[in-house]
Design a protein around this ligand. Structure first.
Ligand code: UD1
Ligand code: UDP
Length: 358
């Protein structure tokens, strides 16, 4: 009797912990699968990492590589070498990667070079902006993967345009699974509104962390000025990403009168999302979560990968037309069973990987 199919999951950045939570649960519940969790260390502050493992019951990583900082090439290269060593030692039957960070690409590349089949969760997203490090990471990861778990119809079309049609499965969005799992708990467990003295529907929620918005002084000043203008209407609560904190300080930019708070855990974030009036963000995940909580969103970028949120009237681009499409529901993200479908498909695919043409 062969042992379980051992899946080595690579995570490293905040959104990956959140995406991994429902998938890890589904792997644990699926007979014939076992998981080896590897944390690259890309995000390392307690409030950017540990809090999610604790709150969401994610298994403690079997390997923690402690790699963060440095240039993109340096960080990715160090992760590549360290992940290869872990994969050689563990000999997993499959590697599972999430999203579009440097940890994602390093995991996929290390596995590909060892001929280990790769599953990519959140495959097929495109901004069509190759100056974004994330766009490079996702294009390369998709081309290395044999199982591509896509959250949207647009992602299927994006992959087809690049010649990828085999191994593509529209499973829905694992972040929706995570939102549903947190939903009721967040209302009870989070005291953040009282702590911040916020009235439900009396504030805006904002997040900023994209390199394109933070690294250049004029770009960061423009985003902050726009948020500060909104603060005349209602408090703008800004859980501040460490990158943005560092860059605002380096550029000598004031954050007043924004209600700046440290990054929050997932349950507090869910509570803020459910209670806010509107969301302003350059985050991929937060754009969708705004919709999950049925809050209108302004995306602080020139383009979005989550085009269906714009088409369905829940999201608009910062500098895009003021016109907002009539609001409708978005079927793409599924029913909250994306993680279970992912586990089922990986189990069905077995040890040899999905067939992909050479
Ligand atoms: C990364 C991902 C981005 C994702 C984001 C989620 C890449 C290329 N980018 O961007 O796709 O949307 O995570 O949040 O992989 N820092 C700390 N403590 C931490 C984490 C970060 O101090 O726990 C600071 C460090 O100064 C670091 C900087 O933030 O140099 C940037 O972190 P990094 O992981 O390189 O990129 P993010 O901007 O977080
Ligand atoms: N998030 C959080 N606390 C915060 C800010 C964000 O828990 O202070 C969550 C958010 O709800 C979403 C995820 O982090 O689930 C998004 O991560 P991030 O914006 O860092 O990355 P992106 O989605 O842009 O890659």
């Amino acid at each position: 009797m062969p042992g379980p199919l051992r899946i080595l999951s690579v995570v490293g950045a905040r959104p990956q912990f959140i995406k991994a939570a429902p998938v890890s649960r589904a792997i644990a519940a699926k007979a014939g699968l076992a998981e080896i969790m590897v944390h690259t260390g890309q995000h390392h502050d307690a409030g950017m990492s540990d809090v999610f493992f604790a709150e969401l019951g994610i298994p403690a990583p079997a390997h923690h590589l402690g790699i963060h900082g440095g240039s993109h090439g340096e960080m990715t290269g160090r992760m590549l070498a360290a992940l290869e060593a872990v994969m050689l030692a563990e000999r997993p039957g499959r590697v599972l990667v999430y999203g579009d960070t440097n940890s994602t690409l390093a995991g996929a590349l290390a596995a590909a070079k060892l001929a280990i089949p790769i599953a990519h969760v959140e495959a097929g997203l495109r901004s069509f902006n190759r100056r974004m490090p994330e766009e490079i990471n996702r294009v390369l990861t998709d081309h290395l993967s044999d199982l591509l778990f896509v959250p949207t119809q647009a992602a299927i079309a994006n992959l087809a345009r690049e010649g990828i049609t085999q191994g593509v499965h529209h499973v829905g969005d694992v972040m929706y699974d995570a939102t549903l799992a947190a939903g009721a708990r967040a209302a009870g467990a989070s005291g953040i509104l009282a702590r911040l003295g916020l009235a439900a529907h009396g504030f805006f929620l904002a997040t900023i962390h994209r390199a394109e918005n933070t690294d250049d002084r004029a770009a960061l000043a423009a985003v902050l000025d726009w948020l500060k203008a909104r603060a005349a209407e209602a408090p703008v609560v800004l859980p501040l990403h460490p990158r943005t904190e560092k860059m605002a300080r380096a550029h000598g930019l004031s954050l007043d009168p924004l209600r700046v708070i440290a990054p929050v855990g997932y349950l507090d974030m869910a509570r803020l999302l459910s209670a806010c009036r509107m969301v302003f963000t350059d985050s991929g995940g937060v754009q969708k979560e705004a919709y999950f909580h049925r809050k209108p969103c302004v995306t602080l970028r020139g383009e979005t990968e989550w085009v269906e949120t714009v088409a369905a009237g829940w999201n608009r681009l910062w500098r895009g037309p003021d016109f907002v499409a009539p609001r409708r529901e978005i079927p793409d993200y599924g029913m909250g069973d994306a993680a279970a479908r992912i586990a089922r498909l990986m189990a069905a695919c077995g040890r040899n990987g999905a067939a992909r043409p050479p």
